[in-house]
Ligand binder design. Structure first.
Ligand code: GLP
Length: 249
């Protein structure tokens, strides 16, 4: 059983619109809103919806500060497959978040450990994250917090699991091009957000979503740690909800 608010929506479009509504609310209610942002295919519709609202003059991002969850280690910001480029092309180039208010982990820091501590310090200095957007990996990862014996609380370097490399290979020309490591916010960074929205679309996420909500808390399915948070909204389409038992609907 879980405390999470579960929203089962008809399709990907409804998930994107609902997520955009929740972001808009936080942007409008806070003087200096801090958003935690995610990459992947899942939030693309949400970014598109927010861009449309910005272009229609319905939302203003000028006071927003953002922190992205993760970045491939070894890819510089100008690398076409970096999450930096993904975020610029999918969202930031089309809205008015000032560049100096955007934070995306650097994929090639000179000192990884010092950089990770710096990233945590930036989040803290911004006053913490008001709303964290999350996707979920097929193996239950959040950010790049992969299933493991231990999870890390703060921003850190992580080795990617084979199934993650496989799932993300579609963005690269060859499987060998997918980086083996990433820099990711840790579980504590995520749980410190005041509110969390997890988005999942499609049948291949159904098992991870069901596990996240119904299993006990386990490092083998990192998304189960969200059960420790009081303000989690899970936005799923019918396919991603298809393995939920009826009591959790
Ligand atoms: C990626 C990202 C995650 C994302 C997940 C799912 O590897 N690091 O933050 O949530 O995998 O991606 P997608 O939405 O493309 O299925």
């Amino acid at each position: 059983m879980t405390k999470a608010h579960i929203h089962i929506l008809k399709d990907a479009n409804e998930v994107s619109v609902k997520a955009a509504d929740m972001i808009q609310e936080v942007v409008e209610q806070n003087e200096r809103p801090v958003l935690g942002l995610a990459t992947g295919s899942t939030p693309l519709g949400m970014y598109r919806e927010l861009i449309d609202r910005y272009q229609a003059g319905e939302i203003d991002f000028s006071a927003v500060r953002t922190f992205n969850l993760d970045e491939y280690y070894g890819l510089a910001p100008d690398h076409p497959q970096s999450y930096y480029q993904f975020m610029m092309k999918s969202f930031f180039e089309h809205v008015n978040v000032p560049l100096e208010q955007i934070h995306i982990p650097h994929g090639k820091p000179t000192d990884v450990q010092a950089y990770c501590q710096q990233y945590d310090a930036w989040i803290e200095k911004a006053g913490g994250i008001d709303l964290q957007i999350l996707g979920i990996g097929v193996n239950g990862h959040i950010g790049f917090n992969e299933p493991a014996d231990e999870l890390q609380p703060f921003t850190h370097l992580v080795r990617l699991k084979e199934e993650t490399i496989e799932a993300n290979a579609r963005f690269f020309e060859r499987r060998e091009d997918v980086p083996q490591y990433a820099i990711t916010m840790g579980i504590r960074n995520i749980l410190q957000a005041k509110k969390i929205i997890l988005l999942a679309i499609g049948e291949d996420k159904a098992a991870a979503v069901a596990g996240m909500l119904n299993a006990g808390i386990t490092t083998r399915l990192p998304a189960t740690f969200l059960q420790l948070h009081d303000h989690v909204h899970v936005l799923v389409d019918e396919a991603a909800a298809s393995k939920l038992v009826s009591t959790s609907r």
